[in-house]
Design a protein. Structure first.
Lengths: 225, 204
């Protein structure tokens, strides 16, 4: 049985991973500050919206919709008209602060059932650890199991500290792990993307250079090596 | 449910029921990413907008997922009966709220004809009293059965529909996965509807 895939929306990445994300599946895009995680997520949702696929963006940071629109407006590849319809924006930050993890999971489940998205983003997932420290692992296990049962591709973004390669508590449960790195070389900071794992896929290994532009978002460049 | 989706359901149902003969075998084709939504839209149309009674044959995910979705979208489930071919092998807890028959895996899909034909049904579910049978993504049957077995199933399904009174047979298909199903579907069905044609109406 051939695995069905949907485009990642990131230029140059589909060619590295056999055509796109397995459908359905759960992916983690992890990296430090400024490496392009949210831009990657927006490319993923925009690609879907252009193909008639419903997107659902959960923010754990309680950032208002206007903030997201302002952020999106700097990128030419994002059609702002998609927001509110083809891409729904849901704030779960308040619920995260006030309720237990079971309520949060139920809320996410209900929103998915209501909106029926083919593409889901939770940005960032790692902030949940600050609120559910003791139950974080259980929360992740239950959330990822739930997401795998919906017919969708879910992209979780994960913030990592400079000395941390990736958020290991998330990586064990997801199907795909993509790392975004910023490395100091010859006096400047260069950005790289690495596919660490993608289940059922012969993917390119090693760090690939990327650029982030306002016209195209994250773009995987041809390797210099 | 969004207005946009509701208008797609209404158009789709108007089209399906504009046929002179409702005793028809109709295929609804869609992308593999839209299968669950297509099933939901069709059930919304049959059960809610047109007050029809019928069966939903589940081939991909345990029936409780659709039951949950229908609840979320305010679709009453008094007039639906599930034939669930998945729960037995999925390892999930089998939930029976009195409106489901379980088949021991999609390998035994032929058993559904026995269920539909058996004479101990309640009044609502007698074959001659129901209005529709909706079959989940037929392509997923090929994950478990040979092409010959699927052909046999499709032909038996057509005979069931044609031998009944005013019974609409509807199958969803994702033909991208198994293009070899196309010939069979074209030969056996009365009409092949592309869901995306109805969605075009609302596209930007």
């Amino acid at each position: 049985m051939k695995i069905k895939r949907i485009s990642t929306g990131v230029k140059g990445l589909d060619e590295m991973v056999g055509g796109g994300f397995p459908y359905p599946s759960v992916a983690l895009v992890a990296g430090g500050a400024g490496t392009g995680k949210t831009t990657f997520a927006m490319s993923f949702l925009t690609e879907g919206a252009e193909n008639g696929e419903q997107g659902l963006f959960f923010t754990t940071l309680s950032e208002p919709t206007q903030w997201m629109l302002r952020y999106a407006s700097q990128f030419d590849f994002i059609n702002k008209d998609f927001f509110g319809d083809e891409i729904r924006y849901e704030d779960i930050g308040l619920l995260l602060q006030q309720e237990g993890y079971e309520e949060l999971i139920n809320h996410i489940d209900d929103k998915i059932a209501e909106i029926m998205p083919q593409r889901i983003v939770i940005d960032p997932i790692t902030v949940v650890k600050d609120f559910y420290s003791e139950e974080y692992r259980t929360f992740l296990f239950e959330l990822i199991n739930l997401l795998k049962n919906w017919k969708a591709v879910t992209l979780l973004t994960g913030e990592v500290a400079p000395d941390e390669p990736y958020p290991s508590q998330v990586t064990y449960a997801v199907d795909t792990v993509i790392l975004l790195n910023m490395i100091e070389e010859e006096g400047s900071r260069r950005k790289y993307l690495e596919v660490l794992k993608m289940r059922g896929t012969d993917h390119t290994t090693g760090k690939q250079p990327v650029s982030i532009t306002t016209s195209d978002g994250v773009v995987v460049l041809k390797s210099r090596f | 449910m969004r207005e946009k989706d509701l208008s797609v359901v209404k158009e789709l149902m108007d089209h399906v029921y504009s046929r002179e003969n409702t005793n028809a075998f109709v295929i609804v084709e869609t992308s593999f990413t839209q299968i669950a939504k297509t099933n939901l839209l069709l059930l919304k149309g049959f059960l809610d907008l047109n007050n029809k009674k019928g069966y939903f044959v589940v081939l991909d995910r345990p029936h409780q997922y659709m039951s949950y979705l229908l609840n979320m979208h305010d679709v009453t489930q008094e007039n639906i009966h599930y034939i669930d071919t998945v729960s037995d092998m999925s390892g999930e807890e089998k939930v029976d709220e009195g409106n489901v028959d379980f088949i021991t895996g999609p390998y035994h899909i032929d058993d559904l004809f026995g269920i539909i034909d058996r004479d101990d049904q309640n009044e609502v579910l007698l074959k001659d009293k129901i209005d529709f049978i909706l079959v989940d993504n037929i392509s997923s049957m090929l994950n478990y059965n040979t092409m010959g077995k699927v052909e046999e199933f499709v032909r038996s399904f057509k005979r069931l529909i044609k031998g009944s009174k005013n019974l609409m047979g509807c199958m969803v298909i994702d033909s991208e996965s198994y293009p070899e199903l196309n010939r069979l579907i074209d030969e056996e069905s009365d009409e092949r509807i592309f869901l995306e044609d109805f969605m075009e109406v609302e596209k930007r």
